[in-house]
Structure formats: C-alpha cells, structure tokens
Ligand binder design. Structure first.
Ligand code: 3BY
Ligand code: FES
Ligand code: FE
Length: 422
C-alpha cells in the first residue's frame, strides 16, 4: 500500500482541480496559492524529476561543495579527490544532524558537528567514536542522491527511481553545448533573487516574450521581441525587427554550418518526464552577446570559439530552468520553490576559466542586462501573484505567442496526473 503524506481531503481537492484543468487557459488560483499544491509540487515535481541546481564551475577543486535546499531536503554537491562531483543527503547517519550549514565552501573530510562522525569526500564513514565492537562503519556512509552532469550542468534527482529518459535528452543536447566547453569556465557572478510568487508563475513568465516589448527595454536591445510569434501573427510594429531576425538567422545558419555546430530547434516541452527545448538563435544588434549594443562582454571567448557572433544557444528545461550560451559567456537560471508564494531564482554567469576580470571582462557590463531583466521579471510575477490570490481571479486565455506557457502547464498537469496514478 502506498502511504501519502497528503490528507485525504486535500488529495480529493487537488485531484479535482487537476482533472478539470482546461487547455489554453491559465491555472486556477489554488495551484498558485494553496499549501496543498505547494506540498504536491515538492513531492510530484521537485522530488521526482531531474532538477537543475548548479554548475561544475561552482565546485572547481576537490573538496569544494555547495548545498542545495529543496523543500525539507538539503543536498551536498561535492567534488571528490577523483574530480567527480557527487551528491549526498546532508543528513548525518548517526542521529540525523545537518552536516554542512553553509551554502558553499571547501572541506577535507565531512565532520558532523554533533558527535563528530567523520565522512570521506566519497561519503564513506571514516570515524565514529566510542562504538560497540560489532559496529559496521561500512553500513553507515552518507546516503547518495542521483546526480548527472551534462557538459558541466548539474542535475540532481531525489527519487529512488529517477525518470529514465534523462540520458536520452542529455545526448540530444550535448552536441549543442559542446563548443561552449562549460567544464572549462569559471563563475564570474552569481545572484540569488527571491521572487514573491509561486514557482510556476516564475516559470510561466520565462516561457513567453509577450511581456518583453513593454517589460524588458535592455533585453530587447538584443533579444528579438518576436520570440514565440508565428510569422503570420507578428504585429505590424514588430515587422522591422522580424526582418532583421530573418537576415541575422540566415547569417547565423551559415556560420554554424561552417563550424559544424547544430542550431535547429528540438522541442519536446511536454509529453515526457524529461522535457526540454534547444535552439541556437540570432541576437539583434552586433549579434554577439547580451549587452546593450550586442557586442561581446568578455574578450576571451568560450572554448576554442573563433567568433563571438554565434547568437544565443537557448535551452528551456522543465520544470525549473533556462539557459543561454553565448560566444563569450553563459548564463544559467535555476528556479527553486521556497514557499507557496516565494521562489529563489539563482542566476550564474560563466566565463572562460582563464578570463580575467577587469582585463577581459567588466562585471557590470557582463551582468547588467540580465540583472535588470530579472528585476523586471520579479516585479511582473509579484503582480501576477497578487492578482491570482484575489477572489475575483478567473483563469484567462493564453495568446498564440504563449504556446510555451501552455506547454509548461500541460507538462506540469501530466506530471501531477502520473503522480496521482502511482
Ligand atoms: O529567457 C528566455 O528564454 C526568454 C527571455 C524572455 C522570454 N523568454 C522566452
Ligand atoms: Fe552526527 Fe551524531 S548526529 S554525529
Ligand atoms: Fe521576462
């Protein structure tokens, strides 16, 4: 028999709302405001799927670690002496104390601060004082958490049986990422923003550019605001931008073909546990990077790239992330729920491992556009949260250009249904 953490009345209420979700419409309020849905999302989405949480560049040396909080879970990501990054539950095998309390650091062995049980960086228990003679140290190593690195992007999965299709997706995405050589980058900046909205509003907001023209003056210097429109739906005022997009896209295709770099879209945003979209697309302006004029922000390009003019390789990953890989830097976004109406958005800017701040790049120029864009998005989703908790809120229709929002919500509902049927 499966024992659920949810009370039976909550289970019925959530199941009813999941079953009656209408395609093409925003979700009903309880999905964004109800504690019962928050608990369900943690169990059915965040504890059941591969979640993007960090990059290998954040733990460059043996002994470097980060800790990741996901609901009541805390997970340690640690680079071992053999250079592998491994993940462990941050729970002592003696009486359960948290082992590491900092968000990031460097350590030799892992020593629990309660009774000093000591673990090696591969999780093995090395020392536990004053034990009975029959105590078996080998039985009490740290519990492992599933971890996958896709070219240096770290995904963890808390489920004992993680979705089996992850590796297949990773194989599809790797050729797109390869030239950016993410394992040979360093963290130039990382910013945590706590947004005052449910995590799904944060994700939905990312999956459309309907709000970009009015909401993101700096981003739209280079990100074409025609994103998501079908060619025959583009409003007249955006047609000049669309023409620039077509010209820039043709040039980008030529540059990619010459270098054997894939750029065509692969889109499977719903219908499977591990759902994603990947495409290399042109940028406006100089076409190189996310700066006001579109020129590269770092003189030292990623990997062995010989031109900065490679647009943006963008990856959208369900449920919790998006990525942009440029010729000169990469920027990753990880969305983690903190409370029903509080969400952590962690943004990380990566540059070539040998790039020197002040010489090759200026931190302000590198981070300016997405810092501002994130702040604007944070304000937009807080407005959305305030509105959906109003008793007058009724789910409205998505526009055609919001098709990726619809895909995100469809994926989410599919996952909840699958969870309910288990
Ligand atoms: O980050 C993205 O992928 C973009 C930014 C604006 C809208 N969204 C599709
Ligand atoms: Fe960790 Fe006792 S709880 S050593
Ligand atoms: Fe936005």
């Amino acid at each position: 028999m499966t024992v659920s953490a949810e009370p039976a009345s909550d289970r019925c209420a959530t199941a009813g709302l999941v079953a009656r979700r209408k395609r093409g419409r925003a979700l009903e309020a309880p999905f964004y405001t109800g504690e019962e849905f928050f608990a369900l999302d943690l169990a059915a989405i965040f504890a059941a799927h591969w979640i993007f949480v960090a990059t290998e560049a954040e733990v460059p040396e043996p002994g470097d670690y980060v800790t990741v909080d996901l609901g009541r879970y805390s997970v340690i990501l640690l680079r071992d002496d053999d250079e592998q990054v491994r993940a462990f539950h941050n729970v002592c095998r003696h009486r359960g104390a948290r082992i590491l309390s900092d968000a990031a650091g460097s350590t030799g062995n892992l020593v629990c601060g309660y009774h000093q049980w000591t673990y090696a960086t591969d999780g093995a228990l090395l020392h536990a004082g004053q034990q009975a003679p029959d105590f078996e140290k080998s039985c009490w190593g740290l519990k492992r958490v599933g971890l996958r690195s896709v070219e240096g992007l770290l995904f963890l999965c808390l489920a004992p049986e993680p979705p089996a299709d992850f590796e297949e997706v990773a194989e599809q995405v790797r050729p797109y990422l390869a030239a950016h050589r993410l394992r040979h980058t360093k963290v130039a900046a990382q910013v945590d923003l706590v947004e005052h909205a449910n995590w799904k509003l944060v994700m939905e907001n990312n999956r459309e550019c309907y709000h970009c023209e009015a909401g993101h003056p700096e981003l739209t210097c280079t990100f074409f605001p025609t994103y998501g429109y079908r060619p025959d739906e583009i409003p007249d005022r955006l047609l000049p931008a669309h023409r620039r997009y077509l010209d820039a896209s043709a040039e980008l295709a030529r540059e990619c073909d010459r270098r054997g770099m894939p750029y065509e879209p692969i889109e499977e945003l719903s219908g499977r546990p591990t759902a994603f979209r990947v495409q290399r697309e042109a940028l406006d302006g100089a076409g190189e990077s996310y700066t006001r004029d579109g020129r590269a922000a770092s003189r030292k390009l990623l990997g062995e790239l010989d031109t900065p003019r490679l647009g943006r390789l963008s990856v959208h990953y369900q449920p919790n992330s998006w990525f942009h890989f440029l010729g000169d830097h990469a920027v990753t976004f990880s969305v983690l729920p903190l409370a029903v109406d509080r969400t952590l958005v962690r943004t990380t800017w990566l540059v070539h491992a040998d790039a020197v701040e002040g010489t090759d790049y200026d931190l302000e120029t590198l981070t300016d556009v997405w810092r501002r864009t994130n702040a604007q998005d944070g304000a937009l989703v807080a407005r959305a949260q305030a509105g959906v908790r109003d008793p007058a809120y009724e789910p409205g229709p998505y526009a055609p250009t919001e098709s990726h929002v619809e895909e995100f919500v469809t994926w989410y509902i599919e996952r909840l249904k699958e969870h309910q049927n288990r």
